[in-house]
Design a protein around this ligand. Structure first.
Ligand code: SF4
Length: 365
């Protein structure tokens, strides 16, 4: 996979407005839109820019805040659909996400929707999401969407307070019929700054657990945890090499809840994927272009810059794609397949090309 000419995903933060106030919110979302949001017309132009990357067009992810807070959301989706650009929507689970809204998202042509579930119980999920009743509403929204035939991806942010609950979350979502699970490794930006992220050893345990989980007819993806690709390679080559107490607990609980995977099953995790600026680009609510949603580096603005040009020629993005990295990540034998989280490197060191300290290899030196 070479993403030097175009990304596969363009994230558009359609608004920062959201009725929830989740502890880990990247956007530190607020209930009212901020001044300077891209207008409907500017949104159409952004989609034209995405088309100018050429076919196959990158997929646009309509994110936020909560995209349902935008009154023109369905006009925007209609424009994307009539332009032939595929898209997915990432709504917040609030009272706006009715069955009717889900049906409209399906009718508008959304390839999938992603919904967040950070715990297998109201005690864990609602505490993280900042509002009682969100767990129940999320379960209902997932069931409604699946009944309507909408493809659902469940997103889970991993942190100290929920990582032991991962097998239970997997059990809940598989029971609901979800087949894609995307795990977010915390980066300290927005409200996520105040959360305790996992130690490198805990990340190693979680990644090994996720490798196991990816054998249960479930597509597992990781965001800001590219070192899982190193772990996939190591597991394939070395077998089970990591056996600490956390991993052991996660693995045993998985087997207790789901049984052993089918002998012929293969992992849905691969050794190549995207990185901020390498297959991914992010457009903020006000048009600011960044390598990714968790890396607040202002590369330009869609109001004045050509998105294609910027993606292909920006020096930082080229360095990320060519793995011209500093510190341990720069010397690491796995850098081509992994590359480390550029957002975490930036949040720790103010240098997007430095090492990812959440990885056990980089943290050890
Ligand atoms: S040291 Fe960096 S490049 Fe190597 S596996 Fe860890 S995060 Fe990836």
């Amino acid at each position: 996979m070479n993403f030097s000419s175009k990304p596969v995903l363009v994230f558009w933060e359609t608004t920062r407005a959201c009725l929830l106030s989740c502890l880990h919110c990247r956007a530190s979302a607020i209930t009212k839109p901020l001044p300077g949001e891209l207008s409907t017309e500017e949104g159409f132009k952004l989609m034209d820019s995405v088309r100018s990357f050429g076919k196959p067009y990158p997929t646009i992810i309509f994110t936020g805040g909560d995209p349902l807070m935008r009154k023109d959301l369905f006009d925007l989706l209609g424009y994307a659909s009539s332009s032939g650009v595929s898209f997915a929507v990432s709504p917040a689970v609030t009272k706006l996400l009715t069955k009717d809204a889900l049906a409209k998202l399906k009718e508008a042509g959304s390839a999938s929707i992603s919904l967040s579930l950070d715990g297998s119980s109201p005690e864990i999920h609602d505490a993280i999401r900042g509002e009682a009743g969100t767990f129940q509403r999320t379960i209902e929204a997932i069931s409604n969407a699946i009944q309507l035939g909408v493809k659902v991806q469940v997103n889970t942010a991993i942190m100290k307070r929920n990582f032991a609950d991962l097998p239970e979350i997997l059990h809940v979502i598989r029971g609901l019929g979800v087949r894609t699970w995307e795990l977010f490794f915390l980066v300290k930006v927005g409200r996520g700054e105040s959360l305790q992220d996992l130690s490198p050893e805990e990340n190693e345990s979680v990644c090994n657990f996720l490798y196991d989980a990816s054998h249960y007819d479930l597509t597992v993806r990781c965001v800001e945890g590219p070192f899982i690709r190193r772990i996939v390679k190591q597991r394939k080559e070395l077998g089970r090499y990591w056996n600490d107490a956390n991993y052991h607990k996660l693995h045993s609980r998985l087997v207790e809840l789901e049984g052993l995977p089918q002998p012929e099953s293969t992992s849905t995790l691969g050794t190549r994927g995207t990185l901020d600026g390498d297959g991914v680009i992010f457009v903020g609510y006000d048009g600011t272009i960044s390598p990714g949603g968790l890396i607040p580096i202002n590369l330009g603005n869609v109001r004045r810059d050509n998105l294609v040009d910027l993606y292909q020629r920006n020096k930082l993005l080229i360095s990320i794609r060519d793995r011209l990295l500093n510190g341990f990540c720069g010397a690491c034998e796995f850098k081509e397949i992994c590359g480390g989280s550029r957002a975490r490197a930036y949040s720790f060191n103010n240098d997007a090309l430095s090492s990812d300290r959440a990885c056990m290899l980089a943290a050890a030196v």
